[in-house]
Design a protein around this ligand. Sequence first.
Ligand code: F6P
Length: 534
Amino acid sequence: MNGLTEAPVWKLLEQHASAVKKTSIAELFANDSQRFKHFSLHQTGLSFDYSKNPITEETLNLLFKLADTCELKKHIQALFSGECVNTTEKLPALHTALRDPRTSGLNVNGTDILPPIHAALDKMANFVSQIHNHTWRGATGRPITDIINLGIGGSDLGPLMAIESLKPYQQTPLRFHFISNVDGYALNHLLTQLNPETSLFIIASKSFSTQETLINAKTILKWIQEKTAPHNPLPQHFLAITAQQKKALQFGIAKENIFPLWDWVGGRFSLCSCIGLSLALAIGMQNFRELLSGAHTLDQHFFKSPWQENMPLILGLLGIWQRNFFQSEAHVILPYDAALKYFPAYLQQLEMESNGKSIRIDNKKVNYATCPIIFGEVGLNGQHAFYQLFHQGTSRFSVDFILSLRNPQHILQHHHQHAIASALSQSKALMQGYRSDVPYKTLNGNHANNILAVDELTPFTLGMLIALYEHKVFVQSVIWQINPFDQWGVEYGKHLSQSIYSALDKNTTESSDANFDSSTQGLIKQYQHMNGDS
Ligand code: F6P
């Protein structure tokens, strides 16, 4: 559809927004004692309360009409059936297939793609049991004690987040480590802790060409070769997860140690693929399959539910309502469960790398706002750090609170109750504000916020949360008419970094560097001076 902002429904939404802005959310609550019932959804395992948004029934009807105008149903069908939705890279985006049951069958361009997906899951299962039962041993014959995931972005954040979230489900005394950065700080520290004879390194890189990951992998290989000489550590201590088998073989990874990925899985959508291997090692394959099953349940919910009952659809449309009609600049993710401490970082990549774009699928520039800044933190920490701005600052933003309602085994139940009380208090205060005769004690209120509550944080419900946000992102991309599955914006920085790396080596910035601005040139000189190369 051309001219989103010219569409009659967009104009109606603009008019409607002006009308809604005259009533505060607190007044909407005062006018409807059943507001929670009217504006919340419940699925087995997951509830979504969106009553604290500036919306009426009419708002939702108009937003559903917007989804219809943008032919969302057709786009969802295209996504799930493997059509070429990633138009710049001419690829489908089939992360939903990663959690399709073995027997469901999914024909893409004449081939059923489910058998290789399930063969990869079986390969993971086999490897997990070899590590757990100690039949897999290091080069000197000792069992593995430490698993180190070497990857960045989508090859890091998913397993990092999920292992932290599901610690109570960990089934093994194995220790897990994540190395993503190239600056050497974390790696240097880790190498002093590791026993090379009992450490296993997973090079997780879809492209097998990400500089940070490969530099770290090469440094580690040299380290372990020195420590385990005369043994060859590669077959017992290195695995790769990649779509580029040839490059992994060139690195020296044994063929049977390469776990497949496919070009149709985006990095930030890849946790349910072999990229989840470290997670499977931590929680066991049965729990990993539970996570897939939770994600699949949410996929089916998204695919089949009518708009009025469709959680990812409503979550996505409320984001559009805030961003495009209420000029929200930021959307904040606030888990009230420290287990979810990496969930905001995970969503930052998922949302901003997907929808942080301004060129439409038809190559024209958008004339409306797209993805807001996404950030977040464990809510209780945020309360004592940056909520001041939320309550009394001047910025426009919206919030997702994420709760886990049941405290398994009721360990430290009163702590859990304090966390839930804090979340509900903050949600209420953001919506209602606080009036005081003293101006500096007044809280503005009227801030839109959602509450997403899992019954209990389990592999299954974490899978649901992951798929919920993936589909939210997709809904928004369809409305904004952008391709959420590429990330061309990050390429230039990688290219530039290579030429600056070379320039840092030299005594002076030479002619090829003449394009550098004076700030870059000046700092290159300072670096050379500080590193004894003046
Ligand atoms: O540069 C960005 C990016 O391509 C992300 O999209 C991706 O998740 C990350 O780098 C890591 O990529 P790879 O798995 O190919 O190493």
